[in-house]
Design a binder for this molecule. Structure first.
Ligand code: PSU
Ligand code: MN
Length: 303
């Protein structure tokens, strides 16, 4: 195996035995949530996956080594340190060569999961086409990885910090299915609905596992997005959150925030100005996604 890539023994053994494994990203830990909620989230998500019968594999770069499966010290470092680089595909070679630490985005996590042989990945929200992308060209690398890498990504849709309509169009062009899980509508992360209809819907983990098998048996490249709406009990008020998102987007424009800093800026602005309500929603949807991803991995391992 590649000397830069280190699989935790438990993960390596599970994969060799054909047991279910779920990959997890680390940008959500280092750049998506404050300490200590991020650390508690990272640990609780792993517990949920274990309880559902799968092995968790949180992915990050520690001292220039890609680790698939992290220990408590790694999670603490990623949660607390202020200088963990946010690593997308274009940053991977750099951070390895400099022997630095890195938190992986959906893009980098998908690439690494595929290298390790993991086909199910749970996250909160995927990146997408930003609202003013026609001028800024700001389209997340996540979408290109979804177009190219064979991993099923379970998320709560995408935040309306993005242009959700353009994001759907982009994914359609790239041949990536977005499956509504028990819904006909794209969920908007904090809310169960977005006003954007989805063309494809599945209602069970077993059906999603069969779709993975069918698509990839043909050699069709690319990932699958499973959009799992936030549990109804934890959904935010749409007017409240959308107003905050508009204000956050305006603040980013005024301060000229762009590039890789934009998404973390918007997330932390919304968290600060919702008095923690957005963080609570973020945690709950992440737990639900971990549970569904584990169920999909278990179902896929039985095919
Ligand atoms: N969207 C969220 N929460 C997140 C992210 C996106 O609702 O934490 C993170 C993910 O790691 C995602 C990355 O892959 O931000 C996308 O960053 P960018 O928009 O710079 O491509
Ligand atoms: Mn971007």
């Amino acid at each position: 195996m590649n000397p830069y890539l280190h699989l935790m023994p438990e993960v390596r053994e599970a994969l060799a035995a054909g047991k279910p494994v779920v990959a997890l990203e680390s940008t959500i830990i280092s750049h998506g949530m404050p300490y200590p909620e991020n650390l508690n989230m990272a640990k609780h998500v792993e517990t949920i996956i274990r309880e559902a019968g799968a092995i968790p594999a949180t992915i990050a770069i520690i001292n220039g080594i890609i680790k698939v499966g992290l220990d408590d010290d790694d999670l603490l470092l990623l949660s607390k340190s202020q200088d963990i680089m946010k690593v997308s595909k274009r940053d991977l070679g750099y951070v390895l060569s400099k022997q630095q630490h890195g938190a992986t985005t959906v893009s980098a996590t998908m690439l690494i999961a595929a290298m390790a042989g993991i086909s199910v990945f749970a996250t909160g929200g995927i990146g997408g086409v930003h609202r003013n992308a026609p001028e800024t060209f700001d389209i997340s690398r996540d979408l290109e990885e979804l177009a190219q890498v064979e991993v099923c990504v379970v998320c709560a849709g995408a935040k309306s910090i993005l242009d959700l309509g353009l994001t759907l169009e982009f994914l359609e062009t790239k041949g990536v299915e977005i499956i509504g899980y028990q819904t006909n509508e794209l969920p908007a992360f904090y809310t169960r609905t977005s006003g954007h209809q989805l063309d494809l819907r599945l209602d069970s983990a077993a059906e999603i596992a069969r779709l993975m098998q069918a698509k990839w048996s043909l050699g069709l490249t690319g990932g699958i997005v499973v959009a799992n709406p936030i549990p109804a009990a934890h959904e935010m008020d749409a007017d409240f959150i959308n107003h905050l998102i508009d204000q956050a987007t305006a603040a980013a424009g005024k301060q000229d925030i762009k590039g890789k800093a934009l998404t973390p800026f918007l997330l932390s602005w919304i968290k600060e100005n919702s008095k923690g309500a957005s963080l609570k929603a973020n945690l709950e949807l992440m737990f639900a996604n971990a549970r569904l991803a584990a169920d999909i991995a278990v179902a896929h391992s039985k095919l």
